[in-house]
Ligand binder design. Structure first.
Ligand SMILES: O=c1ccn([C@@H]2O[C@H](COP(=O)(O)O)[C@@H](O)[C@H]2O)c(=O)[nH]1
Length: 271
């Protein structure tokens, strides 16, 4: 099934706009696992089990695996999610961006090695750096547009000759000329609700992946009001606030409680 269909189905079935981000930092693992990078899979599998009926997507961030030589555990985790939560799409947060020949290898990494349903990319190198991902039928390709970090403004807020900010230009391209295969989405931070609303205006039907609620302080309700439309899906990510809600043996139950509360907050704002 395509990423778009999986997302719509999981959103409806779990009545959820929440994506749980899988950012396993060995130093922050709970008692009994803390500091042990060989337990990354075990930790993430417990989080998946505790939240899989509450989410519209999972989003593993590849750096947390690669930095600890744990790519094999990421492969194991992807297979685990496919087996135990087959209805939930997985977005590999990789933020890749490179010339075409290298992008071909990154695309293979995301869609063949890890079998992700969607991947995040930086659009900075232009359309030929995006193109190699598009032949993978049904896969989602989500471009950084207005990122959640303060420094995102350094470039994304620059004004172009036509009066558009750079992030607006990216949104227009993703909603138009670049979206030949109909599989593009955009990353827009919950920390910038005004820009979120602007991106939704420019890209009314594109899926928006929205990080920044939870640990980064973005307002969940304002996010939904700015970006959710019946025809415009949103995927609101929270990673650390869910993963590290508890540091003891009950960490999975605590993660579930935060995921439940966040899902409810998002649902209430959608109405
Ligand atoms: O603009 C962006 C793009 C990606 N991210 C990623 O999302 C999560 C956020 O984690 P929290 O713990 O919920 O803050 C993380 O994987 C980032 O790499 C982002 O934050 N902002």
């Amino acid at each position: 099934m395509s990423f778009a269909r999986m997302l719509a189905a999981a959103t409806a079935r779990h009545d959820s706009l929440l994506c749980v981000g899988l950012d396993p930092d060995p130093a922050r693992l709970p008692a009994g696992m803390k500091g042990d990078a060989s337990r990354i899979f075990d930790f993430c599998a417990r989080i998946v089990d505790a939240t899989k009926d509450l989410v519209c997507a999972f989003k593993p961030q590849i750096a947390y695996f690669a930095a600890h030589r744990a790519e094999d555990q990421l492969e194991q985790l992807m297979a685990y999610i496919r087996r135990n939560a087959p209805e939930v799409p997985v977005i590999l947060d990789a933020k890749r961006g490179d010339i075409g020949s290298t992008a071909e290898q990154y695309a293979r990494e995301a869609f063949v090695r890890y079998q992700a349903d969607a991947v995040t990319l930086s659009p900075f190198m232009g359309f030929d750096s995006i193109e190699p991902y598009l032949p993978y039928d049904g896969k989602g390709v989500i471009l950084l547009c207005r990122t959640s970090n303060p420094g995102g403004s350094d470039l994304q807020f620059q004004t172009l000759d036509n009066g558009d900010r750079l992030f607006e230009h990216v949104a227009r391209l993703a909603a138009g000329a670049w979206n030949r295969h109909g599989r593009l989405g955009l990353v827009v931070g919950a920390t910038f609700p005004q820009e979120l609303a602007r991106v939704r205006e420019l890209a009314p039907t594109l899926p928006l992946l929205i990080p920044g609620v939870g640990a980064q302080g973005g307002d969940a309700a304002a996010t939904v009001r700015a970006a959710w439309r019946p025809e415009g899906p949103i995927i609101v990510n929270s990673s650390r606030a869910v993963l590290y809600a508890g540091a003891g043996e009950d960490f999975a139950a605590r993660a579930r409680a935060v995921a439940l509360a966040t899902r409810s907050e998002l649902a209430a704002a959608r109405g």
